[in-house]
Design a protein around this ligand. Structure first.
Ligand SMILES: Nc1ncnc2c1ncn2[C@@H]1O[C@H](COP(=O)(O)OP(=O)(O)O)[C@@H](O)[C@H]1O
Ligand SMILES: [Mg+2]
Length: 291
């Protein structure tokens, strides 16, 4: 499974260019799409689901070009969990999924078997008789995931599945995505760096409609390697001074002393040692280089 995006631009009627001359190749496994709110993640995903037509550029899925006449064929290969999912609130989980399967034209018997299978995989089987409106945020997201999997898609597009969830639910969803990425391509958007550190090996970082980076998680971290410093500081006043000069990625009291982690090309002129770089440090480093 491979998705190829070439020089893609999306401009809305109000003149906003949400995706600006973007190039990307996505292959098997989980691919992370990281970026602050308004970066263009949802817009890019909506193009990939065929919901939105680009102003210019070329997109293909396994060599099938996104163009009139191919949309149905493409849609059959895609599962989509939108950022805002509005499942039928007064139906039960089961009824809702059966209805969605029906709308997608999936054979009833096959659909029932898949619902059983994926409800089990998402730990929702015990809740299938609950009404959609009775589910917690995390359960709703999991039901949305089952909906996206009903046509057994090769390409799963998941828009911010972990937003607003508690830590346990987030981990649950992330682990499910890893399970579902076996033999599939999963495009997983988030504005939370931590979500990607544990799930994907490749990612694209998006800002104002463009990619600041696209490649492996390891290489992104390597970019900031050697520029991450752990400094002992005297007090809050000194922290504020440092903040004017360097991006600070963490601040904590360790054994009674205040320690800050900051990003700097060279060693700052205070007591500090080089320290390991996390994906979050590397992300902040990249964002600061591209202000
Ligand atoms: N339907 C639309 N009409 C006009 N502008 C839009 C529309 N959808 C999104 N935008 C704008 O496009 C930009 C990117 O939005 P979006 O793709 O939702 O970003 P993200 O998902 O990264 O938060 C934002 O400036 C947003 O306001
Ligand atoms: Mg979005």
């Amino acid at each position: 499974m491979s998705v190829k995006i070439e020089d893609l631009t999306v401009t809305f009627r109000n003149g906003v260019t949400a995706v600006n001359h973007v190039n990307l190749n996505i292959t098997n496994g989980i691919y992370g799409l990281l970026g602050e709110n308004g970066a263009g993640k949802t817009t890019l995903m909506r193009v990939l689901t065929t919901v939105l037509k680009p102003a210019s550029g070329k997109v293909s899925l396994d060599g099938i070009l996104y163009q009139e006449g191919n949309y149905e064929k493409i849609q059959r290969k895609i599962g989509y969990l939108p950022q805002e999912i509005d499942l039928y609130s007064s139906l039960t989980v089961r009824e809702c999924l059966e209805y969605m399967g029906d709308l997608s034209g999936i054979d009833k018997e096959i659909c029932r078997k898949r619902i059983d299978y994926y409800l089990e995989k998402t730990s929702l089987a015990a809740h299938q008789k609950k009404k959609m409106k009775q589910l917690s945020g995390g359960m709703k997201r999991r039901a949305g995931l089952v909906q996206a999997l009903l046509n057994e898609p090769d390409f799963l597009i998941i828009d911010e599945p972990t937003t607003g969830l508690d830590p346990e639910e987030r981990i649950h969803i992330r682990n499910l995505l890893v399970d579902f990425s076996e033999n599939r391509t999963v495009l997983f958007s988030t504005h939370v760096v931590e979500d990607l550190a544990t799930t994907c090996s490749r990612l694209a970082v998006m800002k104002k409609g463009s990619f600041l980076y696209a490649g492996s998680v390891r290489e992104l971290i390597e970019k900031a390697n050697g520029h991450t410093w752990l400094c002992s500081v005297a007090d809050e006043r000194q922290v504020r001074e440092l903040e004017k000069q360097y991006p600070i990625t963490s601040k904590q009291y360790l054994d009674g002393t205040l320690q800050v982690k900051l990003l700097s090309e060279s060693k700052p002129p205070i007591g500090c040692t080089q320290t390991s770089t996390s994906l979050e440090d590397a992300y902040i480093y990249l964002m600061n280089q591209n202000q």
